[in-house]
Design a protein around this ligand. Structure first.
Ligand code: NAD
Length: 276
């Protein structure tokens, strides 16, 4: 099993498949992330607001895996956007993780109503210069938010992490990002279990053709589109299943059939109007 690396616009690399820990219980995070590391994941996606950075850090420390073989992402929560508060937020995350740097630090949501994401981004640029994060990126940014960063700041985000699954394929936003060297990361890659993605005929047919599970087919669909993906699971079997996706390839017809499931079905919040 070999997870491909993707080279970002700052020349750092990121494992294309990782492990997400949204809604992973803080009390169980160390065990679950340890299971993921044991299964072979080397890229962990957490956030300050998940309240489980401590467990992620403990699992990393206990694993004995050299730090430079791991890729850790965390995110700036909305209430901390700004200049000094952004700096303090990353310091707190690093302390909680027990790390001296993260590999990727993201602005979690643009919160355009606050009008602080440009100032936050300029602080991320400084923090990267100080070595506290290797790469910097954004999450839940729509095209106008990206355009503001491109126009008003010096650094193009390395990634934009957005809700993305077959029924919400985000083609235009992906194309815009990739036209500017911004790689797309998918959150909710399995639709967060909020609609019957795994029951779709296109997914079922590909699964039986390849002797794979529906989740493995959907993860392949992301990978074959060049998307960075980190499905979440708290069960050992599914954690192993979701990384066991390098023994088959979807055909062009199977990819097209899954592409045809796109119907603009957002299951999470709309970044233009979210106020949390
Ligand atoms: P997901 O689409 O990965 O769905 C997770 C759910 O799918 C699990 O709770 C489980 O019920 C089910 N599942 C997982 N593997 C399965 C399998 N093999 N078979 C059957 N069911 C399976 O949703 P997610 O966790 O929200 O997204 C992945 C990661 O993206 C998160 O953990 C987090 O790191 C990140 N994320 C980021 C944002 C953001 O705003 N930036 C928002 C949500 C999530």
């Amino acid at each position: 099993m070999s997870i491909p690396d993707i080279t970002l616009n700052d020349d750092h690399t990121i494992p294309q498949l990782g492990f997400g820990v949204f809604k992973v219980d803080p009390g169980e995070t160390e065990r679950i992330v340890s299971d993921a590391l044991e299964a072979g994941y080397r890229h962990i996606d957490t956030a300050a607001v998940y309240r489980n950075e401590e467990g992620v850090g403990r699992a990393i420390a206990a694993s004995g895996i050299p730090r430079d073989e791991l890729f850790v992402t965390t995110k700036l929560w909305n209430s901390e956007q700004g200049t000094d508060s952004t700096r303090a937020a990353l310091a707190t995350s690093l302390e909680t993780l027990g790390l001296d740097h993260v590999d990727l630090y993201l602005i979690h949501w643009p919160r355009p109503d606050l009008d602080r994401y440009v100032a936050s981004w300029q602080t991320l640029e400084e923090l990267r210069g100080e070595g506290l994060t290797r790469s910097i990126g954004v999450s839940n940014f729509h095209r106008p938010h990206l355009e503001r960063l491109l126009a008003e700041t010096d650094t193009v985000p390395a990634v934009n992490q957005i809700e993305l699954h077959p029924a919400f394929a985000q083609r235009e936003l992906r194309a815009f990002g990739e036209g500017h060297g911004i790689r797309t990361e998918a959150w909710g890659p399995l639709g967060q279990g909020k609609y019957d993605l795994f029951g779709e005929q296109a997914v079922q047919a590909a699964a039986s053709a390849h002797g794979a599970t529906p989740a493995q087919v959907v993860i392949r669909w992301h990978l074959q589109h060049g998307i960075i993906v980190f499905p979440k699971s708290s069960t050992r079997e599914r954690i192993a299943e979701n990384i066991d996706v390098f023994g088959f390839e979807l055909t062009a017809d199977e990819m097209a059939a899954i592409d045809a499931l796109d119907r603009g079905l957002r299951v999470g919040a709309d970044p233009d109007t979210a106020t949390f």
